[in-house]
Design a protein around this ligand. Structure first.
Ligand SMILES: NC(=O)c1ccc[n+]([C@@H]2O[C@H](COP(=O)([O-])OP(=O)(O)OC[C@H]3O[C@@H](n4cnc5c(N)ncnc54)[C@H](OP(=O)(O)O)[C@@H]3O)[C@@H](O)[C@H]2O)c1
Length: 501
């Protein structure tokens, strides 16, 4: 476990500090690190943005964001907030105005000299993707990437690229000013304790590892369901869709952690070497197979609990004829020795009945079925890795119902992650910021992993664009998506799990 002594003095510069992500996630996460005594003695945050604010008005904004968006803000000691605000600064920077970066450089140099803080700097790109390259270039133009006076790191938000080609291009551009070790591509799913716990579950416990392969696993199901629609993000979402927004990054990363081989040693590069091998082993879904292995859907207006839920095409910022998918279900295969021919079913969607993310490992039936007639009506044994909410692990298996005969019922042994500790489970952004501050990139996506996942999803997106006969299936709000998603299973009695919140 870290203590603040292990963390070097440093400066965190946030581009887009007046934006949504910064207010809702980053500033509360930094404050939580402060409360947990995990910020170094010498540490400042410099927010930047186009708004003209002074230090006092910026500190008021930061305080409001912390109070509004921290999960436990009711219990905050106001003195602690005031103390924390002493390390918060602001500089007006218009991201597209090159000369503003000269002002930023002077501001950093002045603060670093006055406060006697080394110029170890993290630049957090909490800005729209089209600005990543622009801001990186401006930093390079004024030598703000140079490491003679301290290390420099950039955190780049998702989406990283819009396709394989644009991700490669963005990488090339960032690499002209920053080497790979300086680039931290954030995927907040990897910052979730429960995703990291998948590695511990698999590689610490003797009883999971022997069955974690094609011999015992029938199929793997990964679900990320959202109850809400696109809300205010219609404009962004309509150019992205569920495949780019959820599958290319978050869910393929989760799949990689579920399917990876144990690394020889537990360090950043070894772990990332293993996860990237999984992504590279994904069997391509060709344009011909796209209609057989992938189902895309879009929610339509539905009456739910007496209220009308608008359809996707009626949402603000969305094209009324949009074909953007708000639901994707797909069947993937990892072509390697461990997983040959085991299907991985991935599903994500908006306006589904619950908000839940989980992985279900469906085990094969026992080789000789003494209770054959029950085999088809009862699910296989399952290992359920609940990522969100109520993080934990459950094991589902059959037990005899007491009394005459041999009626079998499925029972569930469940462990809730929150029972392990009284301490609050850290938010993903706390963990990821801390990792970047200490130079640990294990939970950040490496360039080859990002490329491999784009390589997998690109042909599907292309097929949707080019092949008019691939349907967009409509589904009602508060349902589990289009019924066509069940056609992905080979066996007619197999269905998707319908997790409860
Ligand atoms: N919000 C989330 O929950 C979330 C989740 C995951 C990933 N992300 C990613 O995080 C990044 C930031 O997201 P966000 O929701 O915070 O974005 P945002 O609120 O729309 O924008 C952040 C800041 O970027 C600047 N900006 C926005 N649009 C601009 C434009 N057209 N031209 C010039 N500057 C512009 C603005 O800063 P100034 O006007 O002050 O310069 C704004 O405050 C994005 O890449 C997003 O994909 C966000």
């Amino acid at each position: 476990m870290f203590s603040k002594k292990d963390i070097e003095e440093q400066i965190l510069v946030i581009f887009g500090s007046n934006g949504d992500l910064s207010k809702r996630k980053l500033l509360p996460a930094i404050f939580q690190l402060y409360l947990n005594n995990l910020l170094p003695e010498k540490f400042i945050v410099i927010g930047t943005g186009s708004k003209d604010k002074n230090e006092i008005t910026n500190r008021e904004d930061v305080k409001s964001a912390i109070l509004e968006f921290s999960p436990n803000s009711k219990h905050f000691d106001s003195k602690k907030i005031e103390n924390f605000l002493n390390c918060v600064y602001y500089q007006r920077v218009h991201n597209q105005t090159e000369t503003d970066f000269e002002g930023l450089k002077n501001y950093i140099n002045t603060l670093s000299a006055n406060l006697n803080i080394a110029r170890n700097i993290i630049y957090y790109f909490s800005i729209p993707p089209f600005l990543y390259e622009v801001v990186a270039n401006h930093l390079v133009r004024y030598g703000l990437n140079r490491e003679e006076d301290g290390w420099k790191r950039i955190i780049v938000e998702k989406p990283f690229g819009y396709s394989y080609a644009t991700a490669v291009e963005l990488d090339q551009k960032l690499h002209t000013g920053f080497h790979e070790d300086q680039i931290y591509r954030i995927d907040h799913y990897l910052g979730k304790e429960t995703v990291q716990n998948i590695m511990v579950t698999r590689f610490y416990n003797g009883f999971f590892e022997p069955i974690w392969n094609r011999k015992y696993v029938d199929r793997v199901e990964i679900t990320a369901a959202e109850k809400i629609g696109v809300g205010d993000r219609g404009g962004y979402y309509d150019t992205s869709g569920a495949m780019r927004d959820m599958i290319q990054n978050h869910l393929l990363q989760v799949l990689a952690v579920v399917a990876m081989e144990p690394p020889a040693i537990f360090d950043s590069n070894s772990i990332r070497n293993e996860t990237v091998k999984v992504l590279q082993a994904l069997r391509p879904i060709t344009a011909e197979n796209a209609s057989k292995q992938v189902v895309r859907g879009q929610y339509v207006a539905t009456q739910v609990d007496g209220q009308m839920c608008p359809g996707y095409r009626e949402e603000r910022g969305v094209d009324p004829n949009s074909k953007t998918e708000t639901f994707v279900a797909l069947k993937a295969f990892v072509d390697n020795w461990r997983w040959g021919d085991v299907p991985f079913y991935i599903r994500t969607g908006k306006r589904l009945p619950v908000r839940v993310t989980e992985v279900v490992i469906h085990l094969k039936h026992a080789p000789h079925q003494l209770f054959k007639q029950l085999c088809l009506t009862h699910p296989n044994n399952m290992i359920i890795l609940r990522i969100h909410p109520d993080a934990g692990i459950a094991i589902d298996f059959g037990m005899k119902i007491p009394g005459a005969g041999y009626k079998v019922q499925n029972v569930n042994m469940a462990f809730k992650y929150a029972d392990l500790t009284d301490a609050k489970i850290p938010e993903a952004y706390e963990r990821l910021l801390l990792d970047c501050m200490t130079g640990d990139s294990t939970l950040y996506a490496r360039a080859d992993a990002v490329r491999a996942s784009w390589k997998f999803v690109d042909p599907i997106i292309q097929a949707w664009k080019e092949k008019q006969d691939i349907p967009l299936c409509f589904y009602k709000c508060n349902s589990w998506g289009p019924l066509e998603a069940n056609n992905l299973f080979d066996e007619p009695y197999t269905k998707w799990c319908e997790p409860e919140e």
